[in-house]
Design a protein around this ligand. Structure first.
Ligand code: EPZ
Length: 420
């Protein structure tokens, strides 16, 4: 298994280009199952989860041609579609559940593996199943698989999500595209990646309109036709590199990302002392000599502070002058990085879903273990500003969502190498 060797401390200086968004690309790729003819998707991130989704689509009968060094794919449906989304693929990437909505909507039949949990939580899919059932899907769960079917087309209806869920919102919007009549979804998640998904579907002839802050209306259509679409920039990669510049007293230019999308994060980074200038598609961020503490950050649904940046900001607050706290309100077990940060010298107290960070920490390099995608990148950030050498094991977690991160970091001054 690959590991990273990082010698710190380093200052992040220079310029990086942001990869395409993994969390926009995954639902967009899954929704290609709705289309009758070829679609071209551009600006895909070259990360493991995208490979897994493409393999899943192939196993369901999609013909996939890859161009432009894996950043562009042309997907078309072959006649004899298959209906089994297997555990072997879905277990490694929970977003595999997103093929259920398009399959049931287009083919009225699907056998999709339950994704199972992961380290950050049980990750149930009850909101997905309840919503698709309201559209007319019948299902039963047998041996870890969702055996689903519908009598002909799904039927549009009114659905109010009992809790805001990114995946359930995506699955239901996708399924409603080919349902009969109008579907109104209330209490939707409104992450930018979901807006990217609805822009993509509308570009293929879907009729989706956001009629309220968290209300989406979908008028079912007969079919979707070919389209070409470029995926938005990755919001979490951008946030991660903003933290990297802030924590290392760095000076970084981040290109091809619309800064308006991460206004919440930018406001917090300014409070820690970062100097941030933004233009249409660029962020220029300079880290402060002294990082100021933040009394309380609470992770919530967009447009509030995102859970996917919680670990990265925790590392930053370890370096702040004074005490801070972070409350994780989305997932039940997303503090795996804390034990590893303590190995570097961090002083963090956990009380239920709240982390109290003492601050004023001088990290000393150590051997570290990755646990999940975002916790792993937080360890990389900590190692960059640690004194001495750090080794980060099991970086396959990182490769799921960050495109060649060591190459990007080397280009902006980090002494990092991948040991295979
Ligand atoms: C998406 O996961 C993202 N994944 C996650 O990013 C992100 O952390 C999460 O949204 C929250 O923003 C992708 O987009 C591929 P949810 P998702 O449904 O859709 C509970 C990363 O690092 N819930 O909004 O699974 C759930 O357990 C990943 O890129 C149910 O109880 O998130 C969680 O506590 C990690 N029942 C909360 O709701 C359900 O049916 C929010 O989950 C669905 C969710």
């Amino acid at each position: 298994m690959d590991k990273f060797l990082i010698s710190g401390p380093c200052r992040i200086k220079g310029q990086i280009n942001i990869q395409g968004s993994k969390n926009a690309a995954l639902p967009i790729l899954a929704s290609t199952l709705l289309f009758d003819n070829a679609v071209v998707i551009e600006n895909l991130p070259r990360v493991k989860d995208i490979d897994t989704m493409l393999n899943l689509l192939k196993s369901l009968g999609s013909n996939i041609q890859i161009y432009n060094n894996k950043k562009t794919v042309r997907i078309s449906r072959i006649k004899n579609s298959k209906y089994l989304a297997s555990y072997s693929l879905v277990k490694t990437m929970r977003a595999g559940i997103l093929v259920l909505g398009p399959m049931i909507s287009k083919y009225h039949k699907s056998i999709t593996s339950l994704p199972g949990g992961c380290l950050i939580g049980a990750r149930p899919v009850n909101f997905h199943l309840n919503a698709l059932k309201k559209l007319g899907m019948k299902y039963e769960i047998k041996k870890g698989y969702i055996h689903a079917s519908s009598k002909g087309k799904l039927k549009g209806t009114q659905i109010k999500f009992s809790k805001i869920s990114v995946g359930a919102t995506e699955n239901t919007i996708i399924a409603a595209c080919l349902a009969k009549g109008k579907t109104t979804l209330k209490n939707c998640a409104i992450e930018p990646e979901i807006k990217d998904l609805t822009n993509f579907l509308n570009s293929g002839g879907a009729k989706i309109k956001w009629v309220g802050k968290r209300t989406c209306q979908i008028i079912g259509v007969e079919s979707l036709n070919q389209t070409r679409y470029s995926v938005m920039g990755d919001r979490i990669e951008t946030g991660t590199f903003c933290v990297a510049a802030t924590i290392s007293n760095g000076d970084l230019k981040i290109k091809n990302f619309n800064p308006k999308i991460i206004q919440t994060e930018i406001n917090i980074l300014k409070k820690t002392g970062a100097k941030i200038k933004t233009s249409k598609n660029e962020i220029h961020i300079k880290g402060p000599k002294n990082i100021k503490n933040i009394n309380s950050i609470i992770t919530k649904e967009y447009p509030n502070f995102p859970t996917d940046l919680q670990a990265q900001f925790m590392v930053l607050l370890c370096k702040a002058k004074g005490r801070s706290s972070i409350t994780e309100s989305i997932f039940e077990n997303r503090f795996m990085h804390v034990a590893e940060l303590r190995r570097l010298g961090a002083k963090i107290l956990i009380k239920e879903n709240r982390a109290i960070i003492a601050g004023n920490t001088q990290f000393i390099g150590a051997e570290l273990m990755s646990s999940d995608l975002r916790a792993s990148v937080a360890l990389v950030l900590a190692a960059i500003v640690s004194k001495g050498k750090s080794t980060i094991n099991r970086i396959y977690h990182l490769d799921r969502g960050y495109e060649k991160i060591e190459k990007k970091l080397q280009k902006v001054g980090v002494k990092i190498k991948r040991l295979t």
